[in-house]
Design a protein around this ligand. Structure first.
Ligand code: BJW
Ligand code: ZN
Length: 223
């Protein structure tokens, strides 16, 4: 069994999703900010968005959906959580081996020397933050147009291919290659169970579409 999670999983923790209501920050859409081009032209603006989100996440906690996934990981002999989220709430709920397709908002990476460091401070203070080498640091996340971490994606593809059931939780399934993992699983014979408040690009393909909040539905799957 595997699960592919998106921003909806953390919505009940108070972390805004990207698309739909609440997806805007000031007047910007995520597609305007989550790109290397946006960062190159205005690193301070992009960092203000990430600094705001880091502060929100630091005040939030895992919700019953995160805890249910951690419980599945503990109980099932074979269970892989694949997440598009960068907030780390899965780990805070007790998940040990989540595959992070889009990186980690708590990691900073130097654009000059490539050094990575964990930084949990919120707010960060000086924006953009700087590395000890003097270079500007960026969030350790994957932006549009950037490749996903190859080993993580390969492990996710393998888990999707081998799963008998794939839970697709709180994702609009609009961003690739992450969304493609559901098609990989389906093509290899998995049953797709979608848990989402709304219909998505994947709903018609799903063997079962459960409409509602993941924080309410996921705990029902582990009782
Ligand atoms: C609830 C709920 C509740 C609410 N309970 N449910 C044309 C076609 C296909 C692909 C492309 C294309 N043009 C360009 C591309 C590629 C592009 C892409 O997919 N673009 C699309 C927009 C079309 N992809 C990329 O660029 C990727 N890289 C790539 O392809 O590289 C190729 C390459 C190879 C070699 C060299 C170089 C390049 C990278 C994608 C990176 C995405 N990054 C972001 C930001 C991460 C950092 C950050 O957090 O800031 O990832 S964008 C953003 O979207 C974030 C998310 O992980 C991702 C997915 O969003 P998600 O999670 O689905 O959230 P929402 O908001 O969309 O949906 C929330 C859902 O929850 C909704 O359905 C709600 O109903 C539901 N919900 N409350 C249950 N309580
Ligand atoms: Zn550096």
């Amino acid at each position: 069994m595997a699960a592919l999670a998106g921003a909806g999983l953390s919505a009940e923790s108070g972390v805004p999703t990207f698309r739909g209501a609440g997806g805007l920050w000031r007047q910007y859409r995520p597609e305007d900010l989550a790109t290397p081009e946006a960062f190159a032209s205005d690193p301070r603006l992009v960092w203000e968005w990430y600094d705001w989100r880091r502060s929100l996440i630091s005040k939030a906690g895992p919700n019953p959906g995160h805890f249910a996934l951690a419980e599945l990981e503990k109980r099932k002999q074979s269970f892989t959580l694949i997440t598009q989220n960068v907030d780390g709430l899965e780990e805070r709920a007790g998940c040990k081996d989540a595959l992070r397709l889009h990186g980690d908002i708590w990691t900073l990476r130097c654009t000059a020397c490539g050094r990575e460091r964990k930084e949990l401070k919120t707010p960060l203070g000086e924006l953009p933050p700087h590395c000890s080498c003097g270079g500007i640091e960026r969030p350790g996340v994957v932006w549009f147009g950037e490749p996903l971490p190859a080993r993580v994606f390969a492990a996710a593809e393998k888990a999707a291919r081998e799963a008998e059931v794939l839970l697709v939780v709180g994702t609009s399934a609009a961003v690739y290659p992450a969304a493609g993992l559901a098609w990989v699983a389906k093509a290899a014979g998995a049953k797709l169970i979608e848990i989402n408040m709304e219909e998505t690009a994947l709903s018609l393909e799903a063997d079962c579409a459960l409409r509602g909040k993941s924080g309410e539905i996921l705990p029902l799957l582990v009782t």
